[in-house]
Design a binder for this molecule. Sequence first.
Ligand code: FE2
Length: 244
Amino acid sequence: MTFFDMHCHMLCGVDDGASSPEMMYQMLEAAYADGTRAVCLTPHFSPYLFGNTSEQVGAVFGELREYAARQHPDLELFLGNELGYYSGCERALNEGTCRHLGESRYILVDFPGDVSFFELRADVENLMRRGYRVVLAHPERYPCLSHKLSWVRTFIDDGGLVQVDASAPTGADGPGAKSLWKKLIQKHLVHVVSSDGHNLTTRPPILSPCLPYLEKYCSPEEIAALTFGNADRILHDRPVLQFD
Ligand SMILES: [Fe+2]
């Protein structure tokens, strides 16, 4: 099985992901060993937490790309960001300091775990109204959505996409995330499963642990879309497959 990991924090020294070049390369090796053959690097874009890392991100990405080209020519790398939503973030998106997913129109957006439903809905809808194609990062980690799956359906109907973390069904992100992950998958409200890998131990950049859970609820075609095909479609700006 081969994977496309569309959300991970391997780039070193730019957020709370890899903390050294050695760790960055080891994370890439761990992903490759797990079957990953395409990665979109998505460091946090949260100026209040990490400063403006845009140039540094570009430089470190260049280093990782050189390493990957030498070690694994069959591994494809893309660059994006995980935008921690804040009021006025459109400016960073328009200026390009906060990156879209590759060259696509899609942006990966996350919120604090304790965000309220009304705040999340208003902020997501604000971005969509302004023409951004929003991929909502790991909604299973937002308790406010546990009884708002009808809104998630509306969000998808309006063109939004949903990415969940591969670690959640194992319980690694807590019982609430595990339960909501299962509900989202069962109702086919997910387009992409990614690692959201931050390190080699507690949050590794691997996808295979979620496969037994996906197999319970999804056809082989849907699993292929969730773990590779839809991420590939997003990065090439094409419509994703939706299963009902
Ligand atoms: Fe993340």
